[in-house]
Design a protein around this ligand. Structure first.
Ligand code: HEM
Length: 193
């Protein structure tokens, strides 16, 4: 009987120690720091002067993405593989009408802001979904359906747009890779031939 009580006492003491130790482990576990979003990595919500609109402020993240979008549109416009996709836009520009260009710049920037994790409701994307926007039957501004090769070339042009803004694989490989990976999440909707 004495032996049983002694064994029980040791077992209880051991259990208490094990529980205490595991509690200690929980206590010392470090709080994980939140991984910054892509939007934060390109400048985030910090307000800065908008160089394109005197007296207006803009989030640094949006400013970066808008600059990349605008540079990329220029690269795409000069890329002969892209000409057939933008008949309406180019006709407008030929007639000195920049309305469509401004709308594309805004919509593409809004899209990139939200895709990268921007939370500012005033930058909400209100354009078409990616499938309809790139289907000539739903969007007459899209000349013809894009192939996988066209998609790859388009992303390559955005890569040049990024480089024009100082972001290259040589100086920020991870950011370039993460942005390109984000663009590729739209491939299944956009490549329609
Ligand atoms: C790489 C991923 C791409 C993204 C994130 C993207 C995003 C967008 C967005 C947000 C719009 C505006 C839609 C609207 O105004 O409702 C748009 C329009 C358009 N996209 Fe894309 N796009 C991509 C790839 C492509 C490719 C590969 C092509 C052609 C090869 C293409 C051709 C067009 C055309 C022609 C328009 C209409 C332009 C206009 O307003 O005249 N896009 N795209």
């Amino acid at each position: 009987m004495k032996k049983t009580i002694f064994t029980l006492a040791i077992a209880t003491a051991l259990m208490t120690t094990i529980i205490a130790c595991s509690k200690e482990e929980t206590k010392t576990t470090e709080t994980p720091t939140a991984t910054p979003t892509l939007y934060e990595r390109v400048g985030g919500a910090t307000m800065v002067n908008d160089p394109n609109n005197t007296g207006m402020m803009i989030e640094q993240g949006r400013l970066t993405l808008r600059a990349v979008v605008d540079s990329s549109i220029l690269v795409i416009a000069a890329d002969t593989q892209m000409t057939k996709f933008f008949p309406v836009l180019f006709a407008e520009l030929g007639a000195n009408n920049t309305t469509g260009l401004m709308a594309l710049s805004k919509n593409f920037t809004d899209f990139m802001c939200f895709a990268t994790g921007c939370k500012n409701a005033s930058y909400l994307y209100t354009g078409m979904n990616m499938k309809d926007a790139h289907n000539p039957a739903k969007n007459n501004r899209m000349g013809v359906k894009a192939s996988k090769a066209d998609f790859d070339k388009f992303v390559g042009d955005i890569g040049i747009g990024l480089a024009k803004n100082g972001v290259t694989a040589a100086n920020n490989e991870k950011l370039v890779n993460d942005l390109v990976a984000l663009l590729y999440t739209t491939e299944a909707d956009i490549v329609q031939q």
